[in-house]
Design a binder for this molecule. Structure first.
Ligand code: AMP
Length: 280
């Protein structure tokens, strides 16, 4: 596995590989890899000749009072996971090379960045879209892999790729969960033992909502109530930011729930903000 820090060096390497007719798969991450990331890497391995993983904690997508400084990092561990999974190139750029002095160009996917997390994390999706576009331009992949765990992010990126005519196929991958249902996340690392236990109510809540829908309920208010009531049982719950039932493509709230709609939630367990979702 080759580790490359310089964006230009990676871009030149990738353009060379493309000339040789290699199919390139790309998995962008912020590191502190877990089995959710590994599932994306494995999917990329199975569909491409060459796999690139990036590790970059992108300051642009963090708000002022968010967890940029304490975001978990362990490059050596990430490196050995990537090696074990047969990753070909690990891109690990420095901030100064991604955002050199004078940087002033941003991308905004206007409507899909509103609502859900967009309402609570102003500027977040602008930061995400900007860094992902940069990464896609550096790596020039045929396929890029994103988890449905970050559902709104996936939709924002799909839209950006379509709107800006990028010749890249975006692959959305299923959410990988712990055995008790908690969606894997680098941020789960923040949770104390008791908070980790409380966090299981998020998945339980989503399951309750789905169960109600499957029993014939189509009123989003009733389904949301069932989700909220279950999540409220979490002993260390601090705040439910939102529970919404949205259209899977537009992310607009639904008035009548249909198969394929998505229940999306964001909650604070202690000081840790966790998101999750479930397709109905
Ligand atoms: P992150 O490092 O958190 O920015 O995530 C990098 C990529 O991994 C994103 O496309 C995420 O959606 C995806 N991802 C994170 N957690 C999971 C999970 N539990 N299951 C599937 N994909 C995930």
């Amino acid at each position: 596995m080759q580790i490359i820090k310089n964006p230009k060096e990676l871009q030149d390497t990738m353009l060379d590989l493309k000339k040789q007719g290699k199919k390139v798969g790309f998995v962008p991450t912020m590191g502190y890899l877990h089995d959710g990331h590994v599932s994306l890497i494995r999917c990329a391995k199975s569909q491409n000749d060459v796999v690139v993983v990036s590790i970059f904690v992108n300051p642009l997508q963090f708000g002022k009072n968010e967890d940029l400084d304490r975001y978990p990092r362990d490059f050596e561990r990430d490196k050995s996971i990537c090696e074990k999974e047969g990753v070909d190139y690990l891109f690990y750029p420095d901030y100064k090379d991604m955002y050199p002095e004078g940087f002033q160009t941003y991308v905004e996917v206007v409507e899909l960045s509103k609502g859900l997390c967009g309402d609570y994390r102003p500027g977040h999706f602008k930061g995400v879209a900007t860094v992902v576009l940069k990464l896609l331009n550096i790596v020039c992949p045929d396929n890029a892999y994103f988890g449905k765990k970050d559902y709104q992010q996936l939709k924002v990126i799909e839209r950006m790729v379509k709107d800006l005519n990028l010749p890249i196929n975006i692959v959305g991958c299923p959410i990988v969960r712990e055995t008790d249902g908690l969606a894997m996340s680098s941020r789960n690392n923040y949770l104390s033992k008791e908070e980790r236990q409380s966090a299981t109510y998020i998945y339980k809540g989503l399951l309750e909502g789905k169960k109600l829908f499957q029993s014939g309920e189509k009123d989003p208010k009733r389904i949301k109530e069932a989700v909220v009531e279950t999540i409220k049982k979490a002993p260390l719950l601090k705040e439910i930011q939102y529970v919404e039932i949205v259209d899977k493509d537009s992310l607009k709230p639904k008035e009548v729930v249909e198969p394929g709609d998505v229940i999306a939630v964001a909650v604070f367990i202690g000081n840790t903000r966790l998101i999750d979702n479930m397709e109905l």
